[in-house]
Design a protein around this ligand. Structure first.
Ligand code: FAD
Ligand code: NAP
Length: 276
């Protein structure tokens, strides 16, 4: 006689199971969860995820506590990856930072967002500009074959306060350069199109400074060995804190690029990495 394996019943609405958790610093972690079979998304989009909130003191009822999260994995991945801040008094992340493999999270399967290839007109070179956890949508797009099919050159810049905050991105770029599956999917040597430009602002690292200042001074172009940004060749996606997004947006407009949207593709798109 064979015994049936007990099937674990989900206890949360829209539940997905955590499969892996990695802590990068005391403020940053990443995790992977199962992917709903029906979930289709475009690399760069975000979904609402969360946990059940505390019981209401009067009724004892619990409501889902949800926040927007960029999907960091590419659309072909069988699991979903997220890259997260830990805000010590944050309603969600004060709890979410303690998840372990086997735990459940809530994931509303309705992906949306502007950081998608569909919102850009064809170009020769694409810039992904990130600060902090704004790297997450680009972790998805950098593993999407379309990124390398659509562009001759792919430049990812990541500005953080401290060097440790660059590690998730650095490891991901290293993995992309060695990934045999991606090379099979996209074509051998695809990663030669990829240029990675990490910078820090409050701690020593190989490159110090805000990317905005480094572009304005021309230092970034020199370091990367590329021509200045121009509207004929360049397309861009921006994801960072509000001040960064606004400053970079103004800079790109100055260079002659226009903002695009899903409904009206143009030369660059922007999304907030978090609400201030
Ligand atoms: C479109 C969109 C996509 C997002 N994608 C991600 C993502 O991929 N990863 C992620 O960690 N967060 C992301 N966020 C932020 C996320 O929705 C939550 O704000 C975050 O998880 C903290 O939740 P909380 O309830 O703990 O604190 P909240 O009450 O939401 O935030 C408290 C404060 O913490 C700070 N803060 C919040 N999020 C961040 C952050 N990511 N980086 C630095 N400071 C922050 C802000 O000052 C904020 O006012 C995204 C937000 C938006 C609008
Ligand atoms: N990162 C930490 O170590 C740390 C620790 C404790 C608490 N916090 C708090 O957490 C919140 C988020 O911090 P964070 O470090 O994740 O994100 P952040 O404040 O959004 O900063 C991320 C990076 O963006 C840069 N930046 C800010 N404005 C810019 C602009 N206009 N143009 C170009 N670059 C710009 C910052 O440079 P500058 O450094 O030059 O501003 C920094 O390198 C803040 O409220 C902070 O006080 C952060």
């Amino acid at each position: 006689m064979t015994e049936a394996t007990p099937v674990k019943m989900p206890t949360l609405p829209d539940a997905q199971t955590v499969t892996e958790v990695k802590h990068w610093t005391d403020r940053l972690f990443s995790f992977r969860v199962t992917r709903p079979a029906s979930l289709r998304f475009r690399s760069g989009e975000f979904v609402m995820i969360g946990l059940m909130g505390d019981p209401d003191p009067k009724t004892g009822k619990q409501k889902p506590l949800l926040r927007a999260y960029s999907i960091a994995s590419p659309s072909w991945d069988e699991e979903l990856e997220f890259y997260s801040i830990k805000v010590q008094d944050g309603p969600l992340t004060s709890k979410l930072q303690h998840i372990q493999p086997g735990d459940e999270i809530i994931l509303r399967p309705k992906p949306v967002g502007t950081l998608v290839h569909d919102a850009l007109l064809p170009g020769k070179r694409i810039w992904f500009f990130a600060t902090g956890t704004g790297f997450a949508p680009f972790a998805s797009l950098l593993r999407d074959p379309q990124t390398y099919e659509d562009y001759d050159e792919v430049i990812i810049t990541h500005t953080c306060r401290e060097a440790g905050e660059l590690e998730y991105g650095r490891e991901l770029i290293d993995d992309i350069r060695q990934d045999e599956l991606l090379a099979e999917l996209i074509g051998d040597g695809f990663h030669e199109k990829l240029k990675y430009y990490p910078t820090t602002t409050r701690e020593e690292s190989a490159k110090i400074g805000r990317i905005t200042d480094l572009i304005r001074s021309g230092e970034a172009y020199e370091d990367l060995g590329v021509n200045p940004i121009n509207p004929a060749d360049d397309r861009a996606m921006i994801c960072g804190n509000l001040a960064f997004n606004l400053e970079l947006k103004a800079m790109l407009e100055e260079f002659g690029l226009e903002e695009g949207a899903n409904s009206k593709p143009a030369q660059y798109v922007v999304e907030k990495a978090f609400l201030d």
